[in-house]
Write a protein that binds this ligand. Structure first.
Ligand SMILES: Nc1ncnc2c1ncn2[C@@H]1O[C@H](COP(=O)(O)OP(=O)(O)OP(=O)(O)O)[C@@H](O)[C@H]1O
Length: 190
């Protein structure tokens, strides 16, 4: 399980929220909502181990990977999609099954980020995340700039990842989408 226990998060002397509890189990999608600036990204960074909480505990029983709103900023523009994915793999990549899991057309693998759409790049970012076999995926507004059809495809991909055993934290301002894909909705308030 990925758990936050009575976690207080802030930056320097600024406290964003106190005493927050959260559990994400393998195979489950948990939605996280809250007003802009309340600290959702800051919490995700703490859960991923990229930052320390001011107090409280984070428990992780497996690798955690973050996915961001802007795949264009997250992916190296100098590398083909294939290379970006390969460098995150432990060994040989099973391209067919990976691309099927991420809903990424294999024909795009040898393109550079500038040669694919935002939605296609987001799927490549998902493939790159999945190739590391994370137990937990923390998705930070990753559908915010996508059209409805691409959003639905990405949501279906996350559902499949959860069905394959990943625990997913889905951060979004889209309450309808959160309720459609998450089994639990947590609200973060300042
Ligand atoms: N590294 C940092 N140093 C100082 N302050 C920061 C840092 N990162 C974020 N903040 C501040 O912390 C607050 C919470 O930011 P955060 O991005 O976690 O909120 P959020 O809930 O994800 O917002 P949004 O929904 O708008 O994406 C903001 O006021 C932000 O300016």
């Amino acid at each position: 399980m990925l758990s936050a226990r009575s976690v207080t998060v802030g930056h320097g002397r600024t406290v964003l929220f106190t005493g927050f509890d959260l559990d994400v189990r393998p195979g489950e999608i948990v939605g996280l909502v809250g007003p802009s600036g309340c600290g959702k990204t800051s919490l995700a960074r703490v859960l991923a181990g990229l930052a320390e909480p001011l107090s409280g505990q984070v428990l992780r029983d497996g690798p955690v990977t973050m996915l961001f709103q802007s795949a264009r900023r997250a992916m190296d523009p100098r590398l083909t999609l294939r290379r970006s994915i390969e460098v995150c793999a432990d060994g040989e990549v099973g391209w067919e099954s990976l691309c099927a899991r991420a809903d990424l057309p294999i024909s795009l693998l040898d393109r550079f980020p500038r040669q694919v759409s935002d939605g296609q790049l987001q799927r490549a970012a998902i493939a790159r995340a999945l190739v590391g076999e994370p137990r937990y995926l923390l998705c930070d507004e990753m559908t915010a700039s996508l059209d409805p059809a691409t959003t639905a495809a990405v949501a279906a991909t996350l559902r499949r990842a959860a069905d394959d055993g990943a625990g997913v934290l889905f951060i979004s301002h889209d309450l309808h989408l959160v309720d459609a894909i998450a089994s639990t909705r947590k609200v973060l308030t300042p």
